[in-house]
Design a protein around this ligand. Sequence first.
Ligand code: NBP
Length: 479
Amino acid sequence: ASANIGVVGLAVMGSNLARNLASREGNTVAVFNRSRSKTDELVAAHPEAEFVPAFSYEEFAASLQKPRTAIIMVKAGAGTDAVIDALTGVFEPGDIIVDGGNALFTDTIRREKAVRATGINFVGAGISGGEEGALTGPSIMPGGSDESWVTLGPILRSIAAVAEGEPCVTHVGHDGAGHFVKMVHNGIEYADMQLIAEAYDLIRRGTSKTPAEIADVFAEWNRGELESYLIEITAEVLRQTDAATGLPLVDVILDQAGAKGTGAWTVQTALNLGVPVSGIAEAVFARSLSSHPEQRAVSRDLPGAEEDLEVEDADAFIEDVRLALYASKIVAYSQGFDEIRAGAAAYDWTIDLGAIAKIWRGGCIIRAQFLNRISDAYQTTPDLPVLLTAPYFVDALTRAQGAWRRIVATAAASGIPAPAFSSSLAYYDGLRAERLPAALIQGQRDFFGAHTYQRTDKPRTFHTQWSGDRTEVEAEDTH
Ligand code: NBP
């Protein structure tokens, strides 16, 4: 046995991860793929990696030093289960199986439990950053046991992206915690992208700027507090001209956004946990809305706003959009971290939220300076109940107040959809409210379903006898 780490599944992600591993001092990498051709091609194309190829699961196991450690990079779902079954057949207690695919965290919890029963360790690891990240340094979110982390930690640290001198990997928590956090990362990514898209749309419709000129605006924003990979690539996309037509590329791309499902998972999970991730939900729904051309076609002539958007001072308007974007972004991240907090409580994980913000600073799609502010906030107050109440964010939200409200009002008045901007502001105002109309909802629930309510002025639970003489009685607590 000569290899200290193995990779199963040598499609684009697996082969890039294997090459990344092989390029690091001290690693010898065993590689295996179900169909032999991918293994042969990888080994032939990269002699410098000195891979140890295996052509059966038995050979693969035999080529690995103990405790054997293997990272699975196959199509999520049935493929992952098939590989886990095969590996548990040839591995021994104490060995480590890592699933680096995009698994749903509940699948990871199930698999971890089943594999643990054999004495083998199972680690679900979220790996972010796509093909490029896998090759040059991804952000890695591993779950699993403390025991497996002892072996796995140094290996993953060696291949992770580095941000400000620190590797973008941390032991997130047990069993499915890593895949849970990767899922929320993707949900936040949806929200961030939608907010940027809304900002672009407002500037496009409110000013005479061309996409290339708006690219300059984003490039400028990328030098300030919005500095991030997503803002940077937005400028690149907006600057691109279509070779075939000479038009801005963004004007020839069909306006129907696709999705692979992790955003929907984030929202479904949040619904189950009772966490209001309204920004992420609006982002997922906005993509769904865009992808129903038949509904959009029959709706095109519906009445709209009386006045089109007319901006007098373009620079002032753009600055308002920037501030509204920043405020909404703070809300989206605050909601995402709220979901991680709730997930940790529900699944009994100990998750260091500040450490999560840190490992997202490099190697992943939402990488940004901004994440340092989040890790600072949790470092100061680890059990902060609402991220956006940290002093730095309060300051930013204070600065953005007027602009944020003006932009949401302007969008509504001129018929420009800004679902993520508006829902973020509504969430913020909901959190702030001294009294919410939830009191009325409790009254309605008690009226039609005797669901009972609590009072502001005394403990216990009450019910009004709505269909009788409408006197109030003390009730069993059933709400
Ligand atoms: P794919 O998701 O396209 O999967 C292809 C690989 O799965 C091939 O190696 C294939 O073997 C193998 N495979 C399948 Br399908 N069924 C199998 C089975 N029953 N037994 C053994 N192997 C099986 O590869 P990918 O695009 O490289 O992605 C790998 C993982 O990484 C996925 O979970 C994906 O969601 C995730 N991913 C993440 C990112 C990111 O940004 N984090 C990006 C892209 C992908 P074969 O060659 O024999 O058919």
